[in-house]
Design a protein around this ligand. Structure first.
Ligand code: PLP
Length: 361
């Protein structure tokens, strides 16, 4: 049996290679590689797709977060509430700005921020809440918004998930190649409805300058490259189809009985399944069996951010975020991408079944 990767990026873009070659040839012909017509057009197309006024292309999803925090004037002495169960960049961006990440616990069913726990962590220094739409599942934006603190949505894993980008003061995206909408290298985006925030982000991504003559702010050199924008423009019209395939693959795992062996992620219509992350008290045995069978799998956020060495200065101890720590012990992902075959999924479920000692279904 051939190995099954966790995600097969090439399978998604392979049919589009002739179109990619055409648009890359056009970029080469143009001789414009930075902030050219493809970036401008992609920013417009992405804004229309997301239903927001403005988007601004940046170099990656981490910079997108740092620049938004900067644009909102968040820095030393400020607190930003975020999950600990997320990729490191979420909290790193807050620390980069000299602000303090305050970790809140998660809802064990959705893996997203628990709004009730967030509410207990608000102080006079809280400047923002940074929900992460984890693994492609929208965070509870209405509940979080009702807490009366501005939301910055870390949507790195959730481009196109319904409801995302419409509540927060800004939302940020990563186009890392395994994301649902991806570049062929690093890339990122900020989306904002507030014109003032958008124009500050636009200034900050290019040294705080409009035309490289006068420098109004101390900013960054963080731009989405023209070549990546050209590829993103090829991919964006396919995103809805890819997301439909991802949702179908998630449904198929349930039909194949994975949910009788482990706790599969709770579905909801807006979930775009960047990853299919289940949980089980027998996680280590399952992961071992998948690896032995050459099936891609991964475990996430172990240790979670509040227990990471670089963030030990924040003073969190083991046991301080119980649901987060339990999920870090139990979670694992199985292969999922737009185009995974039913046979590949059957094999994954068979291996999990034998790992947990259940009878063959
Ligand atoms: C939740 C989250 N935030 C931020 C980032 C950072 O994005 P990038 O890798 O493009 O800098 C990622 C990337 O994986 C992510 O998953």
């Amino acid at each position: 049996m051939p190995p099954i990767p966790l995600v097969d990026v090439k399978a998604q873009y392979a049919p589009l290679i002739p179109q990619l070659q055409r648009v890359f040839a056009e970029v080469l012909e143009s001789g414009t590689f930075i902030l050219g017509p493809n970036v401008q057009a992609f920013e417009r197309e992405a804004a229309d797709y997301l239903g927001v006024r403005q988007t601004i292309g940046v170099a990656n999803g981490t910079d997108a977060l740092v620049i938004v925090l900067d644009a909102l004037g968040i820095g030393a002495g400020d607190e930003v509430i975020c999950p600990s169960f997320t990729f490191y960049a979420t909290a790193e961006a807050i620390v980069r700005r000299g602000a303090v990440p305050v970790f809140a616990d998660i809802d064990p069913a959705t893996y997203n921020l628990d709004a009730e726990d967030v509410a207990t962590r608000i102080t006079p220094r809280t400047r923002a809440i940074m929900p992460v739409h984890l693994f492609g599942r929208p965070a509870p934006l209405a509940e979080l918004a009702s807490l009366g603190v501005p939301l910055i949505e870390d949507a790195a894993q959730a481009f196109g998930a319904s409801g995302v980008a419409l509540t927060g003061i800004a939302s940020t995206y990563s186009f890392y190649p395994t994301k649902n909408l991806f570049a062929l290298g690093d890339g990122g985006l900020v989306a904002a409805n507030d014109e003032e925030v958008a124009s500050r982000v636009r200034l900050l991504r290019f040294h705080g300058s409009r035309a490289k003559v006068e420098f109004e702010l101390v900013g960054y050199n963080s731009r989405l490259d023209e070549i990546h924008a050209a590829a993103l423009r090829v991919f964006l019209p396919h995103l809805d189809g890819w997301m439909r395939q991802r949702r179908e693959a998630a449904e198929r795992y349930r039909e194949l009985g994975l949910g009788e062996l482990v706790t599969t992620p709770e579905d909801e219509p807006g979930h775009v399944y960047h990853l299919f992350v289940s949980r089980s008290s027998e996680r280590d045995r399952i992961v071992g069996a998948l690896r032995d069978a050459e099936i891609g799998c991964a475990t996430y956020y172990v240790p979670p951010l509040h227990l990471q060495p670089a963030l030990s200065f924040l003073g969190y101890d083991e046991g301080s975020l119980l649901e987060t720590e339990k999920l870090a012990r139990e979670n694992f992902s199985v292969p999922l991408w737009a185009g995974i075959s039913p046979e590949q999924q059957e094999r994954v479920v068979d291996v999990v079944r034998s790992a947990v000692g259940a009878p063959v279904g």
